[in-house]
Ligand binder design. Structure first.
Ligand SMILES: [Zn+2]
Length: 379
């Protein structure tokens, strides 16, 4: 192994069958051809984005730190630990009928169900790899994404909640407390919903303030959605303004995420990553660059060292810029591996940053948490 990794490795779980989920073309993610455009673009959640993520890990400077592991399809029975049986039956039936649009922008086409099963099974294998002690760091390189999929509802390009299934596997395997840190630009509403009524899982989501987007996504991602019953206080939403940038994200991590996780003391950490919070994503406006992702990775690395024996499962979600998503993935993994020097330069980061508004909102959120969230009172 090359010295670049300083004896640190990450298991990357992947199966090429996930490329067979065809999402079509149209006006952005609508699937609609208006008839007056000569060039229809691919749906943003397409296989090209993932092909570049695979190739940058195979051929980029981080490649010596990667241990490739085979993904596998989930069994239908495994899905029932997070999803309702009638919902799974509905998806199986839709697949048998030749596919359909399940909700806006979310197309189950021929090949999609098999890809979804692979994404779920591959994520479960990555978690099991950690639970069985084969490695401390594992990354599930999967599509279709999962964090919007609720127990009974597909949403936002997602059918099965890959991260949620892995969290449940960790709990079922003896983990006492699991934290999910979701940095995709959208609210991880599906994962939050799945664990909304338990104090065993602390779900934390940093996202743009996009609100509800209809019947498939009724949650608004606001700070007031804190969980229910025993789970009250164990869903922390951190909506951030457009243009938050590297410094704003760093501030939110240090002021809100780190103290909450120190208090919660998880024995397993799941980092849910979407590079759609990058500066060039068609689906987001948060303006993170490679530096910002690298720093988030480092912060999560240090949280894991303190609480989970260094164990982190990373699960791929969104990220739709074909080039920059791969670069930002590279940076995240450099951070999670805590490599001393950046291995790859940022080819395109040039937006100016102004973190003032983000800092103001983070301060307001901290005050709200201190006053409202029982386990954070007085922190
Ligand atoms: Zn997203």
């Amino acid at each position: 192994m090359a010295a670049v990794c300083s004896n640190k490795m990450i298991g990357v779980f992947w199966h090429e069958g996930m490329l067979n989920h065809e999402t079509g073309k149209g006006v952005f993610d609508s699937g609609i051809d208006p008839g007056f455009l000569d060039v229809l673009e691919k749906h943003p959640e397409n296989s090209d984005r993932i092909k570049n993520m695979v190739s940058i890990l195979l051929k980029g400077p981080i490649s010596p730190c990667i241990s490739w592991q085979a993904g596998r399809p989930a069994q239908v029975t495994e899905l029932l630990s997070f999803h309702a049986p009638e919902y799974i039956d509905e998806l199986i039936e839709a697949d048998k009928q030749g596919g359909k649009m399940i909700c806006a922008g979310t197309f189950l086409n021929p090949g999609s169900w098999d890809a979804a099963l692979l994404a779920a099974g591959t994520t479960l294998s990555a978690m099991k790899h950690i639970l069985d002690g084969h490695g401390k760091l594992a990354y599930a390189l999967v599509r279709p994404p999962g964090h919007h999929a609720q127990p009974k509802q597909a949403d936002g390009y997602c059918f099965l909640n890959n991260a949620g299934l892995a969290v449940q596997l960790a709990l079922d395997s003896g983990c006492k407390k699991v934290t999910v840190i979701d940095i995709d630009v959208h609210y991880g509403n599906g994962t939050a919903e799945g664990f909304y009524r338990t104090d065993k899982v602390l779900t934390v989501s940093l996202h743009m303030n996009h609100g509800s987007w209809g019947p498939s996504h009724p949650q608004n991602g606001s700070v007031g959605e804190l969980g229910e019953g025993e789970g009250y206080g164990y869903n922390l939403n951190i909506p951030l303004p457009n243009g938050t940038g590297d410094k704003g994200y760093g501030y939110a991590m240090k002021e809100l995420v780190v103290p909450a996780i120190h208090k919660f003391e998880p024995d397993m950490i799941v980092l849910v990553v979407g590079q759609d919070s990058s500066a060039f994503d068609p689906n987001g406006r948060q303006c993170l660059t490679m530096d910002g992702y690298r720093e988030i990775g480092r912060i999560v690395h240090s949280l894991a060292n303190k609480h989970s024996g260094g164990q982190i499962l990373i699960v791929q979600e969104g990220g739709y810029h074909i080039t920059y998503s791969a670069y930002c993935l590279h940076a995240i993994l450099e951070g999670v591996l805590d490599l001393p020097q950046p291995l790859l330069c940022d080819p395109i980061a040039y937006y100016p940053e102004d973190e003032a508004f983000a800092v103001e909102l983070v301060e307001a959120t901290r005050k709200y948490h201190k006053e409202t969230v029982p386990f954070l009172k007085g922190t």
